[in-house]
Design a protein around this ligand. Sequence first.
Ligand SMILES: [Ca+2]
Length: 233
Amino acid sequence: MRISTSLGSRRAFLAAAAALALVGCGNADPTGPLPSPAATTARYRVTFDATWSAATHPTDFPASAHFSGLIGGTHAAAATFWTPGGIATDGIRVMAELGGKSPLDAEVQAAVAAGRADRVLSGGGIGRSPGSVSLEFEIDAAFPLVTLVSMVAPSPDWFVGVSALNLRPGGAWVDRITVDLQPYDAGTDGGITFQSADLTLVPRQPIARILGFPFQAGGTVAPLGTFTFRRIS
Ligand SMILES: [Ca+2]
């Protein structure tokens, strides 16, 4: 860069330098340098981009399509809050049927007390799909797994989310990871349409991906959106 000695140009140069300094500082700048991948703690922003719409899933698409507030936690491998093929806890049942954060938050908190989890993650929902929402959180190397879920609403007991997603595989924090969100059935309500009346299942059935009606279109079930986890510091 050429530096002029004239006062006006020097002022412009200083303003430009100050702007660059502003861009360069602040850990929240996703383009800035990140601390070591081996750091013991990291901070992430997860963005839930919901693509679910009448265009992606035309069968019975409900007029008030939305997603409940994000709920979950950071934890170690010793904790599991849901898994495909497993039976829903009361926390997963209430989240998937009603969009409630409790008692899933209490289940995470109990795991924190038992030394198997580190934090409850709780964020906003998406009032109308398609849409997006973000949540920032700290995560510790001793608890590098993330479980995070949201109810597909309205629905009997359908949800999207991740279970035990490892943000520190091989001892290195990932800079960015995007996960497709497939619809799951919590196995606690037998309704088959978005607006079905309550039909409690006793006993509960295993949590399973929904591979057919009403999400299938053109022979496949498209994801309802994505979670993108970006390390920000
Ligand atoms: Ca069900």
